[in-house]
Design a protein around this ligand. Sequence first.
Ligand code: PPS
Length: 288
Amino acid sequence: SLLRRGEFSQVNGIILQKKVCDCWDKIWNFQAKPDDLLIASYPKAGTTWTQEIVDLIQNDGDIEKSRRAPIQLRQPFLEYTNMTYWGINEANVMPSPRTLKTHLPVQLLPPSFWEENCKIIYVARNPKDNLVSYYHFQRMNKLLPDPGSWDEYFQTVLAGNVVWGSWFDHVKGWWKKKDSHSILYIFYEDIMKDPKCEIRKIMEFLGKNLKEEVLDKIVYNTSFDIMKKNPTTNYLNEITMNHKISPFLRKGIIGDWKNQFTEAQNKQFNEYYEKNMADTSLSFCMEP
Ligand code: PPS
């Protein structure tokens, strides 16, 4: 392909796109407003799923309204850029109330979000499936580093050399922050196992009150199969993404890591997990 892989640099030890690092001041000084809603996550944790659920709740389940534009235009992605898109510029021109997306680790979130006391939804996914999903995404998205083979990628991850930083620091950092700020912390596995319960939680957090039938409609329209057919939730026009290598909505299951991790890798990862999760009350379900 003629498209080169993106370039990277660091902000306070966190690897980010070079273009983002080059104008970090602009991102750090982003002015949040009190009625902004922020959806935060580690990449591939179920961000798009949460975004679509939120948009449908905000639009009372009206799918036509929710399909008004591709997801990254409905809910700008703060610290992301490609050839034609700058999330921060989209956010700056968007009328309020805005819903924004970020993958920033908690310590890099622009301080105005805390100052303005914005509502934040954080979605987390078990690390094994999260990393498998990230691996396939790096294969297909030219803006991210070439992951190499799975075995190479596995070592890269353990060394913490991934864009947006270590999964462990990310999920733990945001988990801790929820003690002192209005953060709804949800899990991919919970949405999978009881979508209506999680959708209701999000609805209550947003201060909405929707009828049961509307909630059922949102459950249906945010299922994997329906979202896979929705042209606005698949990044279909992103020239940097090659959906033939791996589609954006790839499998959408719990436990796909079992098809990717070798037994030795699983053992190594379990040890690494135990060590790195010893200092948190946070825990993850990795089984379907
Ligand atoms: S991104 O690029 O960070 O915004 O990606 P993100 O949306 O966080 O993660 C993509 C993974 O979420 C899965 N997904 C879903 N799973 C179940 N149901 C629904 N509705 C759904 N929507 C997105 C998507 O398939 C990616 O996971 P994998 O395991 O790769 O399939």
